[in-house]
Design a binder for this molecule. Structure first.
Ligand SMILES: [Mg+2]
Length: 386
């Protein structure tokens, strides 16, 4: 069975679920970010970010069956898929996910296989894995050698800490609202925020802090020292993703602090370098950005071989990450970030793709339906095309 066609188009899947405001919007606490040194863009990721909607990618086989991949950054992703990968992969065997991944990585090398091309590779690769599972009649986690665990232990990211405890989460992650431009006041406020959260959750719940590329080496080290009494499981994404020397410096200067990063790294190679140089303890690839399932599995294997762990970024938000984490020994935690519900709203009401498994009492077991278990057809997707 060969690939007959590939097509990508824009979608707004948030319209498929209950409309709610995130904890960040409701509490008026914006996470810090790398643009914060410019006052015009401060405190708003959207002011500096693109307005591109998400992208859906359909890979269709000769017999008319299809797989679905979803990613973000449709602006550059659509032409990469429709004008390049479509003709590149037409006629290739649908089961040949390794070959197709390698073809996309090599063919995009001349304009950069990382970054935007990584999003495009992810969408096609995830659609291929979905199709492969559907054709074989097995869930993707089985094709990967899973299940490896009984269920996935999940954590929630946001500021509705008491609600997350009520939902049964055993770990929570705070977005960091302060950065180097807040100086010592930012450190003091972070200390207050984390102290208050630790007092709320007690000593038996894990606590993490996500700094979304906002810090520099000096501030990250001072922050780590300041927060030492609260025993953070990890400090996350504290530097710009390309500052590999900076990651080495923070590792040296915060020897006991758990460190995590990787949602802005693409393909397996940066993770191999990070494993070799022990830059962090926990890898956080995003399966919809890093190169899809084929890249994410490589990254989890690198972590496993190096004695590290993985906590893939936003992996519980959709079926793709759920299947990855369920199958991979290195993956220890599943993150629910975007779409975690506000107080009083059941998590089931936040499902975007029909067929997506829902976290219950802090744990998740993915759907065992073929592929990723996504129950949509072209007509359903057309309703959310933008
Ligand atoms: Mg993060």
């Amino acid at each position: 069975m060969n690939i007959r066609d590939i097509r990508a188009f824009t979608v707004d899947l948030s319209r498929a679920r209950k409309a709610v405001k995130s904890s960040l919007q409701r509490k008026g606490r914006q996470p810090a970010g790398p643009m914060d040194r410019y006052p015009d863009y401060r405190g708003s990721r959207s002011a500096a970010g693109p307005s591109w909607p998400s992208a859906a990618c359909i890979v269709e086989a000769d017999d008319g069956s299809f797989g679905l991949g979803i990613t973000q950054q449709s602006g550059p992703v659509l032409p990469i898929i429709n004008d390049h990968f479509r003709s590149l992969l037409a006629g290739q065997p649908v089961m040949a996910t390794e070959k197709c991944y390698d073809l996309m990585v090599r063919a995009s090398a001349a304009y950069g296989s990382q970054g935007a091309a990584g999003f495009a590779i992810s969408a096609v690769d995830l659609a291929l894995w979905d199709l492969k599972g559907k054709l074989l009649g097995r869930p993707v986690y089985e094709l990967l050698g899973g299940p490896q665990k009984k269920h996935i232990d999940c954590y929630a990211t946001g500021f509705d800490i008491e609600w997350y405890l009520e939902l049964g989460f055993k770990a929570v992650k705070l977005p960091m609202p302060y950065g180097p431009d807040d100086g010592i006041d930012g450190l003091n406020r972070a200390d207050e925020m984390v102290a208050e959260t630790r007092a709320t959750i007690g000593d038996d719940i894990e606590l993490m802090l996500d700094c979304w590329m906002a810090l520099d080496v000096e501030y990250a080290v001072r922050l780590g020292e300041t927060l030492r009494p609260y025993r953070l499981k990890w400090l996350e994404d504290y530097l710009m993703p390309h500052d590999l020397g900076g990651f080495a410096a923070v590792r040296r200067r915060l020897p006991a602090q758990g460190l995590a990063t990787g949602e802005h790294w693409y393909l397996a190679e940066p993770f191999l370098y990070a494993a070799e140089h022990r830059l962090v303890d926990i890898f956080q690839p995003d399966i919809k950005w890093c190169g899809g399932m084929s890249a994410a599995v490589r990254i989890c294997h690198i972590a496993e071989a190096a004695g590290l762990t993985a906590a893939p970024h936003g992996a519980m938000n959709d079926p793709y990450g759920q299947h990855l984490v369920f199958a991979m020994p290195a993956a220890r935690w599943g993150e629910r970030s975007s779409g975690v519900s506000p107080p009083g709203v059941p998590l089931a009401e936040m499902v975007e793709l029909p067929g997506t498994a829902v976290i219950e009492d802090g744990c998740l077991t993915p759907s065992d339906a073929p592929g990723f278990g996504i129950e949509v057809d072209q007509a359903w997707l057309d309703r959310f095309a933008v």
